[in-house]
Design a protein around this ligand. Structure first.
Ligand code: HCR
Length: 479
């Protein structure tokens, strides 16, 4: 394997690819890569990675009914329904990482350059949950809808929902990359919003969770064996107040192992700031979370309720204190990614797909990639690009613009963004179009060109949101 990768690493096509990365302008689609590093899969398909462990996603709402979490720590922590929900959210989120960031290495040997989706490209599928006797409730289907809502810059929006359990996830994703010291750094823009409807108590508000996306970098480029390492953090803010921070590290930081993380779950964002800074946070964020000074005095409240650490692609353990976590004492297994296979969603055979559906549209390019035929790849790609060019031209002639299918770019002040704004406020996150996880007052936030009120002639901030009615009225695309 290593001799194979070093021979490709020495090939002239790889060397010239590396040179082009070193000089590139941030637009990955403009890079001409050798066929062996191309993936026959489009980025619109990556949305499915959010739910390749659908049981964990669906358990979030089921958990509340049972109000249990395994493992439990008797009498150390009070398992309120909201805390149980938060623990399930964190476990499901950790379970998504292996699919998101390792699956190409597992299925194709290395990270690969995905197909750059065209405007309007669609990817749909579903997980069909079999009813398993009387033990498992009928979970119906979990649906995944993914749409390329912008080409320049490339943005993919998605919605994943299960009507039986009332759990849904929506979000969107854009990347910006730079090259430095032999590695490619990628910042993610966008976020995910998880919504759990409370079926039993209709009058109760939905539980919502804001999830931010980590930045990452690609290593192994010199050896032609690229792989992803996650950097920075993810935040999960729950509408019930609970706040989780997940810090990523590669080989040699927390545990010396690749794909490591440490997650701390706090009663609130305020507690996190207090724990981090040893004092109450600034008045701005206190106001945001509505916490009283009385609460601030209870130091115990400020410690993490749980600390989870380990590998997101392997075993992680959960502890009830930072000191136990440091000593690796009294922990219990939280999640073991190596023991549960990803459940791939069911996608219609290509012949039954609509021409806008990803696998049908890219079929010829994908086959050319699989056969490693550089000229054919180029020829088939050019045809697709030409069709897109013609479409844009005809829009120009008719003085129209492309209309997205299931998602809307909603203004920050619209009702569609209410949950996002209120969750972001709870944890002092910028609501602007900035790298995911940017705090209010950080350089990206203060330098962002769009504003929340359109002042100074700036554009108003917008975020991509799922429009349920559009899917309900869909007549051409089937699951
Ligand atoms: C950076 C990346 C494209 C974007 C991929 C994203 C960020 C897309 C959204 C998903 O939810 C999460 C996700 C996972 C992927 O790991 C990430 C890709 C990893 C590599 C790919 C580059 C564009 C590939 C560059 C080409 C290499 C060979 C130099």
């Amino acid at each position: 394997e290593s001799s194979k990768s070093s021979s490709t690493a020495n090939s002239s096509s790889w060397t010239s690819f590396l040179k082009s990365i070193a000089n590139f302008n941030g637009d990955l689609s403009s890079l001409t890569a050798p066929p062996f590093i191309l993936s026959p899969v489009s980025l619109t398909e990556y949305s499915q990675y959010w739910a390749e462990h659908p049981d964990l996603l669906l358990s979030i709402n089921n958990a509340v009914n049972k109000n249990t979490f395994e493992p439990s720590f008797p009498s150390v922590v009070e398992y309120t329904p909201d805390l149980v929900k938060m623990l399930h959210v964190v476990r499901w989120f950790i379970s998504t990482l292996k699919s998101q960031y390792c699956s190409r290495n597992e299925s194709m040997g290395t990270e690969k350059k995905p197909l750059n989706p065209f405007l309007g490209e669609l990817f749909v599928g579903k997980w069909e949950h079999e009813q398993n006797g009387s033990v498992t409730a009928d979970l119906g289907d979990t649906v995944c809808l993914s749409e390329q809502v912008s080409h320049h810059p490339p943005i993919t929006a998605y919605s994943i929902f299960n009507e039986k359990t009332n759990v849904s996830l929506e979000g969107y994703n854009q990347i910006k990359s730079t090259f430095s010291s032999a590695s490619l750094s990628v910042k993610q823009y966008g976020h995910a919003l998880l919504r759990c409807k409370n079926k039993e108590q209709q009058e109760q508000k939905d539980d919502t969770f804001l999830i931010t996306l980590p930045s990452l970098h690609i290593e192994g480029l010199l050896l032609a064996a690229p792989f992803v390492e996650l950097d920075s953090k993810s935040y999960i803010q729950s509408s019930s107040g609970y706040f989780a921070i997940i810090e990523y590290s590669g080989r040699g930081y927390f545990s010396g192992k690749k794909n490591s993380f440490k997650c701390k779950i706090y009663k609130s964002y305020e507690s996190y700031i207090y724990d981090k800074e040893g004092k109450p946070s600034s008045s701005a964020s206190q106001e945001a979370s509505g916490s009283s000074s009385e609460k601030q005095n209870n130091k115990e409240d400020k410690k993490p309720l749980f600390v989870i650490s380990g590998q997101w692609s392997g075993i992680s353990n959960i502890y009830t204190s930072s000191s136990d976590e440091k000593k690796r004492k009294n922990g219990q297994v939280f999640y073991d990614a190596s023991r549960v296979a990803a459940e791939h969603l069911h996608v219609k055979p290509i012949e039954k797909q609509n021409p806008w559906e990803s696998r049908r549209a890219w079929e010829k390019v994908a086959n050319a990639i699989k056969s490693g035929d550089y000229n054919l790849i180029h020829q088939e790609k050019s045809q697709l690009e030409e069709e897109q060019r013609m479409l844009r031209l005809s829009e120009q002639e008719k003085n129209t613009t492309w209309k997205t299918r299931w998602f809307d770019n909603s203004s920050i002040n619209s009702v569609q963004n209410e949950d996002f704004v209120s969750l972001a406020k709870m944890c002092n996150l910028s609501v602007k179009n900035v790298p995911s996880g940017t705090r209010v007052g950080d350089k990206y936030d203060t330098h962002a060109s769009a504003s929340t009120d359109g002042s100074n002639g700036d554009e108003v901030v917008k975020h991509w949101r799922f429009v349920k009615e559009n899917w309900a009225n869909e007549t051409e695309i089937t699951l």
